[in-house]
Design a protein around this ligand. Structure first.
Ligand code: NDP
Ligand code: 2IT
Length: 460
């Protein structure tokens, strides 16, 4: 081998090792962020009730029951062998079988999945349904892959994962990069390996066991939660109000759909490359076609609607995001974690925003949340506001176990009831603990009590 080629190869290897070290150093930051928020909220409870310390609940709850990590080998369309890493973080099954989504995104690492799994325990507890908390996924990027490549990846992923899941053990679902297509391939492989047709994954396509309304559930649930919160807090409803939404995936587009149905005017959406601002209200049919059918960039939107504005990431304000710089009455961050910063929160407050509801998991930074609470905005934290998705996943488990099928209306009514129940119990808990209107503390205290009391009851 010529020396120059060898030197290049060595440099490439050293760079790769460098990248690897770098990504590992910071990968647990988001997990600590999630744990810290919960601990700060429940501090008064720990002081008031000594049982939680005696039983070491915090220490036991902050460590996952197990983390499963495995290699996923698959062949791309050019006959090249690709290697990815797969994970399942089974965090806590005190309240029911492990339950939570799978994320396929190049940024996925153990720290992100620990943060998501930890949040999921609390979210699932808030629903009042018998489900524990878990999360999984892979650093595989479905973007730009053919359907056949996605299928081959999903089959390989399931060849490992099937050993650790089961309808009463652990029931994965979708998250970023995992929708009906991926769940369909994963379920197909599980069925081939085990020869069993059971509800081992939720979010399945409707024609083989998927619940009607599961695709819509998270987004619709966020809007139902917001309407209830505004009513509880004595504020006006969303009808006729300008709304800012981020994201252009499952959660964002069904949030937009329900907002339009209620007469609100959502004017934005975003993807990883840019933001659409359409002052007349976004064209939801076009967006769903672009994102769900064509998997295209949002830039395509302005080709059909040249009067709308496309703002690329390079033109975002320093330290912030274009979408939160637009005047709105209600904001719905529905893309990803830490997408809404202190700069963004101050812009929203300055522009007269009244409520912020988190569709994504932990989209607001701790500094942004501080701004919202200080200025008395109605702030609905993710673990309460976006619990509609996992709630309908639980309904899908129930339908599968009973070999039944509910109508769209039945699922929708139960979803609405569940979101109203969560909102009221969070608001009531906040009041009971002297922090009326603080839904962050209300949600953390309410969920912690349910899980911690059950952990004490079952012993170690
Ligand atoms: P999708 O994959 O359907 O959509 C994700 C959207 O967010 C896309 O528009 C994507 O843009 C954008 N996005 C993702 N990562 C980034 C990033 N790093 N920077 C900027 N934009 C980004 O995922 P979902 O809609 O299902 O999930 C969105 C959020 O909601 C996540 O936080 C997820 O954990 C949470 N959630 C999802 C639930 C569900 O049922 N699916 C339930 C509860 C919460 P692009 O396409 O360009 O990458
Ligand atoms: O974050 C979440 O709640 C999800 N991705 C959905 C989990 C589920 O099991 O439906």
């Amino acid at each position: 081998m010529p020396t120059s080629e060898l030197t290049k190869m060595k440099k490439k290897i050293i760079d790769e090792i460098g990248n690897f070290k770098e990504s590992h150093r910071f990968e647990h930051d988001v997990f600590y962020q999630a744990v810290e928020e919960v601990l700060l909220s429940i501090a008064p409870l720990l002081v008031a009730d000594k049982r939680y310390n005696i039983n070491a609940i915090v220490r036991r709850l902050a460590v996952p029951d197990r983390i499963i990590k495995f290699k996923v080998e698959w062949m791309d369309d050019n006959q090249n062998i690709q290697v990815n890493t797969g994970y399942r973080v089974q965090f806590n099954n005190t309240l029911g079988p492990y339950k939570g989504g799978l994320r396929f995104h190049p940024t996925v690492n153990e720290g992100i999945l620990k943060f998501l799994g930890f949040e999921q325990i609390f979210k699932n507890a808030l629903t009042g349904l018998p489900i524990g908390g878990a999360k999984g996924g892979s650093n595989f990027d479905p973007k730009g892959k053919s359907d056949f490549e996605v299928m081959k990846f999903c089959s390989s992923f399931m060849r490992e994962l099937h050993k650790y899941i089961g309808p009463r053990m652990d029931v994965p679902a979708g998250d970023i990069g995992v929708g009906g297509r991926e769940i369909g391939y994963l379920f197909g492989e599980y069925k081939k390996i085990t020869s069993t047709f059971d509800g081992v994954l939720t979010g399945k396509p409707n024609f083989f066991g998927g619940s009607l309304m599961r695709p819509q559930a998270t987004g619709y649930g966020v809007v139902y939660f917001t309407e209830t919160m505004l009513e509880v807090e004595g504020k006006e409803t969303l009808a006729g109000k300008i709304c800012a939404v981020s994201g252009a995936g499952n959660v964002a587009l069904y949030t937009i759909e329900k907002l339009i149905e209620l007469g609100a005017i959502p004017v934005t959406c975003t993807d990883s490359k840019g933001t659409i601002y359409d002052a007349r209200g976004v064209d939801i049919e076009l967006l769903q076609d672009l994102k769900f059918n064509r998997r295209a960039s949002l830039e395509e939107y302005v080709k059909v609607h040249p009067e709308a504005q496309y703002i690329p990431v390079s033109e975002y304000p320093k330290g912030g995001h274009a979408v939160w710089n637009i005047e709105c009455h209600a904001a719905f961050p529905c893309a990803t974690q830490n997408e809404l910063t202190e700069v963004d929160a101050k812009n929203l407050v300055k522009n007269g925003c009244v409520s912020v509801s988190e569709g994504a998991n932990m989209p607001s930074t701790p500094e942004a949340i501080e701004v919202f609470l200080k200025h008395k905005l109605c702030f609905a934290p993710a673990k309460a506001a976006n619990a509609g998705g996992v709630a309908v996943s639980n309904f899908e488990m129930g339908q599968n176990a009973a070999m039944q099928r509910w109508t769209f209306e039945e699922v929708d009514n139960r979803l609405k009831e569940t979101m109203q129940y969560i909102c009221h119990s969070v608001a009531d808990t906040a009041k009971e603990y002297g922090v009326e209107g603080n839904y962050v503390d209300g949600a953390n205290i309410s969920a912690f009590k349910k899980i911690a009391d059950a952990m004490i009851a079952e012993g170690i």
